[in-house]
Design a protein. Sequence first.
Length: 261
Amino acid sequence: GCGKLTGVSHPITIRASGSRFGSWMTDTMTPSADTRVWYMDGYYKGRRVLEFRSLADFVSGQNFVQHLLPHPWAGTGHVVFNGSLYCNKFQTNLAVRYHFRSRSVLVQRNLAGAGYNNTFPYSWGGFSDIDFMVDENGLWAVYTTNQNAGNIVVSRVDPHTLEVLRSWDTGYPKRSAGESFMICGVLYVTNSHLAGAKIYFAYHTNTSSYEYTDIPFHNQYSHISMLDYNPRQRLLYTWNNGHQVVYNVTLFHLVNAHGDL
């Protein structure tokens, strides 16, 4: 069941590896028997995606295969959904769908008007202009445009064609946001990527309305460069200063929703 975010657990550190910036994730849609982990170190001109067979293999750094993308990615706003990687092609506003099993790009599509190349990043920079995310309602892209005066735009995206289905202007300046994530059609925004951050703003796509929130968010290693919700596990994944960390979330009507780690 869906619900409103009311709390985030203390961080659980899974591994310390890689550079200060990066992204890691599990598939947001596969059966829970599939425990593969994907790992993308860095935010700038990377092409190498590591696929670990299980969380235990990821922790030990063993049993992985390498995917080499045909084009480098930008930022850390990638997501894996139903066997495909969704990412932003470096130096463009193209959304890319890369299919792991066939090792090929199935589709790429321009996000009309979306800023790229550090035009409208999150507060930490890092070419984080375009951020893909998945929640209970499907695939989303979060970015901004000149027409929206640098405020965060949330778009529902068709996962097969990458066509934008509908967009909302949240009114929240993206350069003032630390990171953001979607749960149950609501965009939650942190007010900083540094220590002392909190979940400060929520935009509800079902009512096209926003509210200010005050949800504590313990930023243990003081520099978050990726933050994503996995609806299958009800976990927040984050890359925090070279540490791969998860958080349990508490949703209203759901007492202490745990992931399947």
